[in-house]
Design a protein around this ligand. Structure first.
Ligand code: NAD
Length: 263
């Protein structure tokens, strides 16, 4: 029960396949009291029963591009949960066009929306919730290997994830004197709604499976387990870090069968 007595807000649950679902499930198993946000009415219908299954009737509207939702976020969280101990930021978006062609073709408006939803939202949400975030609190966001290295079709999202990982480090410094920690989890590819927007995603799954030390892809439960660690007091000394839950894929410079192919 690593999160016994702790309260947290989960941002980014869309359905049972969401990484946020895996995190909420593990956090609930570890005794946390949870509140959830939802993007729109269609998502609300799916989030409410899921929240119930985790013993929560707290669902709050939040489209991070809607200034009214952002302004009301703090009071809504405060009314329903009071002060919180942790925040899970598990959202990203880029228009499908920007995730299929080449990076050089990226339109300004697609770039801006990707950066607003996937990067600025972490800063904007943290800014607003800071007054009700308890000392020694923890913030976790989700990133991907495409932030560090070229991954086909990831394009503008790779650029956004690089910025997000940098935001993790800068926020970690800003919040360090309150004991609040900010970390990212770099998850391996997982079939979710957001992932289906990435061109050739199935090949990405296959490639990771084939070239990771564990020889398989990761699950949302496994991401949830690492998130619970980072949200808990066990990780009290960990901040500004990117923690990999990717079957070890990030350590591979060259697939082990590559040299055989060259002979
Ligand atoms: P998902 O589709 O289940 O979750 C994405 C969430 O973002 C949804 O809940 C959606 O409602 C929310 N969202 C989109 N636009 C929003 C907006 N304007 N305001 C508020 N919320 C908005 O997919 P997921 O794969 O679970 O994605 C969660 C996070 O994990 C993302 O940051 C994603 O980049 C990251 N990630 C995913 C993978 C993967 O392979 N699935 C790998 C590494 C990192």
């Amino acid at each position: 029960m690593l999160l016994e007595g702790k309260k947290g807000l989960i941002i980014g649950l869309a359905n049972k396949h969401s990484i946020a679902y895996g995190i909420a499930k593990k956090a609930h198993e570890h005794g946390a009291k949870l509140g959830f946000t939802y993007l729109n009415d269609a998502v609300k219908k799916r989030v409410e029963p899921i929240a119930k299954s985790f013993g929560s009737d707290i669902t709050i509207p939040l489209d991070v591009t809607n200034p009214e939702d952002m302004e009301n976020l703090k009071s809504r969280v405060e009314e329903s949960l009071g002060n919180i101990d942790f925040l899970v930021h598990s959202i990203a978006f880029a228009p499908k066009d920007a995730l299929s062609g080449k990076t050089i073709e990226t339109k300004r408006e697609d770039f801006l929306v990707a950066m607003e939803v996937s990067v600025y939202s972490l800063i904007g949400i943290t800014q607003r919730l800071l007054p009700i975030l308890n000392r020694d609190g923890s913030i976790v966001t989700l990133t991907y290997y495409g932030a560090e290295k070229f991954v086909p079709k990831y394009n503008v999202m790779g650029i956004a994830k690089s910025a997000l990982e940098s935001a993790v480090r800068y926020l970690a410094v800003d919040l360090g004197d309150r004991g609040i920690r900010v970390n990212g989890i770099s998850a391996g590819p997982i079939k979710t709604l957001a992932a289906s927007g990435i061109g050739d995603f199935r090949n990405l799954l296959k490639w990771n499976e084939r070239h990771s030390p564990l020889g398989r892809n990761v699950t949302i439960d496994e991401v949830g387990g690492s998130a619970v660690y980072l949200l808990s007091d066990l990780a009290k000394g960990v901040t500004g870090e990117i923690h990999y839950v990717d079957s070890g894929y990030n350590i591979i410079g060259m697939p082990k069968e590559a040299t055989e192919k060259l002979q």
